[in-house]
Design a protein around this ligand. Structure first.
Ligand code: ADP
Length: 153
């Protein structure tokens, strides 16, 4: 039973994130989407609501689960018995950033990170742009599935 953890802020969970899960599902028996909660950070979208949104997205996938955590990602991996961390790469800046974190995670726990390249159409998509659009009442439906399920914190 191979379980992978896809950790992130997911504020909100975009079509880019969704595509990464759908790619990873071919390699893992189960994918756990972990919403990392940092008490020093403010999130635009309400956490319970983000969970509901992700659950709805994957309601037809019994092997995709969602949860929240407030600890090191590698400790959460151990808690839920995930063997690998899953991350998405859009460009070279993602790569440089992710490489440092992945090396650190392996150094402290032995847990490896598996990367999936984003599709070209999602490579310019990031949650902070969506937050900016949402705050300015722009239509985010091209970038987020079921945007009507999201609600502000
Ligand atoms: P974090 O705050 O941990 O970076 P994000 O929610 O921004 O959380 O992203 C979680 C993961 O998804 C990261 O690996 C990020 O590179 C990846 N990601 C974000 N947006 C996209 C996208 N449009 N396509 C593919 N991967 C993405």
């Amino acid at each position: 039973m191979k379980k992978g953890l896809f950790p992130g802020s997911f504020d909100p969970f975009t079509k880019g994130h969704e595509a990464i899960v759908l790619k990873a599902i071919y390699l893992f028996d189960e994918i756990y989407i972990g919403i990392g909660i940092n008490s020093n950070k403010k999130y635009l979208f309400d956490t319970e609501n983000r969970i509901k949104h992700i659950k709805e997205l994957f309601k037809n996938y019994s092997n995709v689960q969602v949860g929240t955590y407030q600890k090191l990602t590698v400790d959460y991996c151990k808690e839920i018995k995930a063997s690998h961390i899953i991350r998405g790469l859009r460009n070279s800046s993602d790569f440089e950033y992710e490489k440092t974190i992945a090396h650190m995670n392996t150094a402290i726990s032995g847990i490896e990170t598996v990367f999936f390249l984003s599709d070209e159409k999602h490579s310019a998509l990031n949650s902070s742009i969506i937050r900016e659009m949402y705050n300015n009442e722009a239509d985010i439906s091209p970038f987020v599935t079921f945007p009507n399920l999201l609600a502000k914190n």
